[in-house]
Write a protein that binds this ligand. Structure first.
Ligand SMILES: Cc1cc2nc3c(=O)[nH]c(=O)nc-3n(C[C@H](O)[C@H](O)[C@H](O)COP(=O)(O)OP(=O)(O)OC[C@H]3O[C@@H](n4cnc5c(N)ncnc54)[C@H](O)[C@@H]3O)c2cc1C
Length: 372
């Protein structure tokens, strides 16, 4: 039986542990905090699942495959993880990214509708399309209950036989040191999210930033799934309808300050709160003046080009680095686990797109924030 140690039980490591134990691997999963904990990127209440990725057909296919796997996980665990709200993209001008997304979605048989700005009123109880040129609506997209999904993924992995070790792991050559033990296995996978750069400072170049999200008290009629997730691509603001009574989520997506995911205080920016308020007052006029009912701060771990990091360690070929979620990784979790299983088994060659080393800035896998 092949053995693996996976460090990190966020959605990347948790999904991989579940995938591998389900395929008959002997799996040890090491995590320093309880799975689904709030310091991890995977510990937020909600994460968008959308298929549009500009002209990048690989990510579109991965997100679509993940949708099927999320549904499978729902069936296997008897939990409702997927909120089928759709996702609406707002564009302010003629748009290469939007056009390319539409083309790739159609090529892959994924539902997509191009709407005029005024048709936004079909999707939201109160909508002002000023400044918009078009809306791209993905009816099969939606929202994932991320924290719950992370927890049940790890629970199912344990139920299927994964050994769960609580502790903070450190690399030791081609092994893992945790709580005085040295763990060895056929494969070691470091899936440490925002902690990855600190674990391999000589190798891994990830920018870790604090990202603040804001929840506003919304009246009846603003609940997900009847309200779609939304992304204003050109203004770099996104949000989700009121999910499970948490409030209407809105957040400017531009990168926050550098952040220490262990010791950093999670006190959100007042400036971004003001921007979120201004945006929802403009776009969803009925929500103008809605009270702030909650906030969350989570770490982004950003690669320069927003592609993930999935690569063997240059000195230890059976040790793998798996991270760089870059603010858009959650939805892909179970599909990435399938992909990484193929890499670990040697059925697939590592891709240059996910390698270590310098990358060109940009990438366009998440809506860019453009200086106004
Ligand atoms: C505000 C915000 C909004 C986002 N929105 C979206 C979205 O809408 N859609 C989407 O798809 N994605 C979104 N993302 C991105 C997504 O959440 C991440 O890409 C994804 O959760 C990354 O998962 P991960 O497992 O790599 O990292 P994490 O969830 O951070 O997990 C890493 C885990 O490793 C553990 N760990 C680290 N080091 C050690 C160690 N040495 N020993 C033991 N354990 C260790 C940590 O405790 C942690 O639990 C968003 C992220 C943020 C912050």
């Amino acid at each position: 039986m092949r053995s693996v140690v996976v460090v990190g039980a966020g959605i990347f490591g948790g999904s991989l542990a579940l995938r591998l134990v389900s395929s008959g691997w002997d799996v040890t999963l090491v995590e320093q905090y309880p799975p689904g904990h709030v310091r991890a990127a995977s510990g937020g209440e909600s994460r968008l699942i959308r298929f549009a990725h500009g002209d990048n057909a690989w990510y579109t296919g991965s997100a679509r495959r993940a949708l099927d796997l999320w549904r499978e996980l729902e069936r296997e665990t008897g939990t409702e993880l997927l909120v089928p709200s759709g996702v609406a993209w707002f564009f302010t001008g003629l748009h290469g990214w939007g056009e390319e997304s539409k083309r790739v979605l159609k090529e892959q048989g994924i539902a997509v509708e191009l709407l005029a700005p005024e048709e936004g009123a079909r999707l939201f109880p109160s909508f002002d399309g000023q400044g918009l040129a078009s809306i791209l609506f993905e009816p099969e997209a939606g929202v994932l209950r991320a924290r719950d999904a992370t927890r049940v993924t790890v629970e199912l992995a344990i139920e299927r036989g994964a050994h769960f070790v609580t502790g903070t792991a450190a690399p030791d050559g081609d092994a893992v040191l945790v709580g005085g033990d040295r763990l060895e296995a056929d494969r070691i996978v470091w899936a440490g999210g925002a902690w990855l750069a600190g674990l391999f400072p000589e190798l891994v170049d990830l920018r870790v930033t604090r990202q603040d999200v804001y929840f506003f008290g919304a009246p009846a009629g603003w609940q997900a799934p009847s309200i779609p997730g939304w992304v204003d691509f050109d203004n770099g603001v996104y949000g989700v309808g009121d999910l499970d009574g948490r409030g209407f989520k809105a957040s400017p997506d531009r990168e926050g300050p550098p952040f220490d995911p262990d010791a950093g205080e999670r006190v959100p920016s007042e400036e971004k709160e003001r921007e979120a308020r201004e945006y929802i007052a403009l776009r969803f006029p009925a929500l103008a003046g809605a009270p702030l009912v909650g906030t969350r701060s989570c770490p982004y771990s950003l690669t320069e080009d927003t592609n993930f990091l999935i690569t063997p360690h240059p000195e230890h070929e059976h040790v793998w680095l798996f991270g760089g979620g870059s603010g858009h990784g959650f939805k892909h979790g179970p599909a990435l686990a399938e992909y990484v299983e193929q890499l670990l088994s040697g059925e697939e060659e590592p891709s240059e797109a996910f390698a270590l080393g310098a990358r060109p800035p940009g990438g366009g896998l998440r809506a860019p924030w453009i200086e106004r």
